[in-house]
Design a protein around this ligand. Structure first.
Ligand code: SAM
Length: 481
């Protein structure tokens, strides 16, 4: 098992309400991070204006799109296999066109058209507004490619159509790209430099979601804490901003406050936080607003200083502990989750023990753990030998997964006997008689349905738990309804 929590959303095809005037059919599958799922909503919104309704049946589609992920080699292999499946369908329906979107499109560019003969269109993450032209190209029998990365594009002016939505929870993108240059990571090459979205367009989207009945938003970015709006432009060019731009700049803590105050009953989550950018201001803002959820996804990747340095993570183990201590002091109920990579080049047994001891210190609520996968073009690939044998990576991965299981169980047990506010998202996967929702800490809670409805905030008494789920019974509505 590569990860402790499987992303059961992976590959979901997305459907939105049908427009009667549209007569072409779009099938879209998404892989990878939450940003990709959010981007697919932007793509569907752009194509809805071009006459496409979405379908869940690939066989019926005029256009099949796959929004791809390059983060690990395994992700790319999964997508290559899906393309084989699309190829089989194309043999039955030769008029069907296939497009590759997202990070793999950006990484491989027009090589895709040579390598995967069935692909008609290749579109990078910053080129979705060009889709109307690209679709016209393929309609006229030409191949179409646009993989230009942008300095400004944030899609702030596109109202994403909510796909496969439970009508309760929605993603809102706030930054694009990443400037961190972690040596293992392909994201800066596939998603470009970091830029932030205009806070007014974020507030507009949030207010619109609230008016349509949504009860929770997740502010998204590769590194949300690095959010900085100073009138537009790349984060790295902030130095060149005018004095007035600098004085009126909006930080992530400011943005959180703006959103929390605009809709005091809307639950607010955010992801992902990079330890080097998460400030104490953000933690204080979380503490000051009841509607900002008590959960921080705070990937550390390794517990060893020498590996953190080799990864170009710009903090030490001691600085990470200081951050954890601050979170525990200011927000004692806050859940903390991690991403971890085992077997990064040069990782010794001693480094691995440091990772285990860091985990013992934090006792994360949950985590996503991966064996290192060398990615073409990254600094690690160019400058370091992938020298940890596969079986050692796997053994270390199993050890950290087992330890995380133990900690997850320890954390879920801390909720026993408490009464917690849960936002109902839908039926439990295991029982139609039970609702599934989440508490503020992002832990899944299941409880008998009784008369409660999806989208309601309910106080649930926690009676039992597994390593990942709390089991309880509702004792009434919370005052947030
Ligand atoms: N921006 C976040 C950060 O810097 O922590 C998350 C980036 S990535 C989309 C999600 C996770 O994938 C990372 O936190 C890391 O644990 C993992 N990852 C990234 N590159 C990897 C690689 N080359 N091999 C294995 N895991 C990788």
């Amino acid at each position: 098992m590569e990860k402790i929590i499987d992303e059961n959303q992976q590959g979901n095809s997305l459907v939105l309400e049908q427009n009667k005037n549209n007569n072409r059919k779009l099938y879209i599958e998404s892989y990878g991070c939450q940003m990709n799922f959010a981007d697919s909503e932007i793509v569907a919104s752009i194509l809805a204006k071009e006459g496409f309704n979405t379908t869940q049946s690939m066989e019926d589609a005029d256009l099949v799109l796959v929004n791809t992920c390059s983060i690990r080699d395994k992700a790319e292999q999964t997508i290559r296999k899906r393309l084989e499946k699309f190829n089989a369908v194309k043999r039955i329906n030769p008029k069907m066109k296939v497009g590759v979107l997202g990070c793999m499109a950006e990484r491989l560019k027009d090589k895709f058209l040579e390598e995967e003969k069935i692909v008609d269109m290749v579109v990078g993450p910053d080129a979705y507004k060009d889709l109307p032209n690209l679709v016209q190209e393929i309609d006229e029998g030409r191949e179409a490619v646009n993989v230009l990365l942008s300095k400004e594009e944030t899609y702030g002016d596109i109202a994403p159509v909510r796909l496969n939505s439970n009508g309760v929870s929605a993603f809102v993108s706030i930054t694009r790209g990443c400037d961190n240059m972690c040596t293992f990571c392909v994201v800066p090459f596939t998603r470009g430099r970091e830029r932030s979205r205009d806070p007014q367009s974020i507030l507009g989207e949030v207010n619109d979601l609230w008016s349509r009945g949504f009860k929770e938003i997740i502010l998204l970015g590769q590194n949300v804490d690095s959010y900085l709006w100073y009138g537009g432009g790349l984060k790295k060019d902030f130095d060149k901003a005018t004095d007035i731009q600098k004085a009126t700049a909006v930080s992530f803590a400011n943005l959180l406050e703006l959103v929390a105050e605009a809709q005091p009953k809307l639950r607010i989550r955010f992801s992902t936080s990079n330890p080097q950018d998460l400030t104490v201001d953000v933690i204080h803002t979380m503490a000051a607003h009841k509607n900002i959820c008590n959960h921080i996804h705070l990937p550390v990747q390794s517990g060893s200083d020498s590996i953190l340095k080799a990864m170009n993570r710009l903090h030490t183990r001691a600085e990470y502990f200081e951050l954890i201590d601050n979170i525990r002091k200011i927000l004692p109920q806050c859940a903390i989750s991690q991403d971890m990579i085992t077997g990064f080049p040069t990782e010794t047994e001693e480094d691995h023990q440091q990772t285990l001891s860091l985990m013992e210190y934090v006792k994360y609520d949950f985590g996503f753990m991966f064996a290192y996968s060398e990615r073409p073009g990254t600094l690690a690939e160019r400058k370091m030998e992938d020298d940890v044998p596969e079986e050692v990576k796997k053994r270390r991965l199993t050890e950290i997964i087992n330890l995380q299981r133990k900690h997850s169980h320890y954390r879920t047990q801390q909720h026993l006997g408490k009464t917690e506010e849960v936002l109902i998202e839908g039926s439990s996967k295991k029982s139609d008689e039970h609702w599934m929702g989440r508490n503020s800490q992002n832990t899944v809670v299941v409880f008998p349905k009784e008369h409660y409805q999806v989208g309601e905030f309910v106080n649930v008494k926690i009676l039992d738990c597994t390593t990942a789920t709390l089991i309880g019974e509702a004792i009434g509505y919370s005052d947030n309804n």
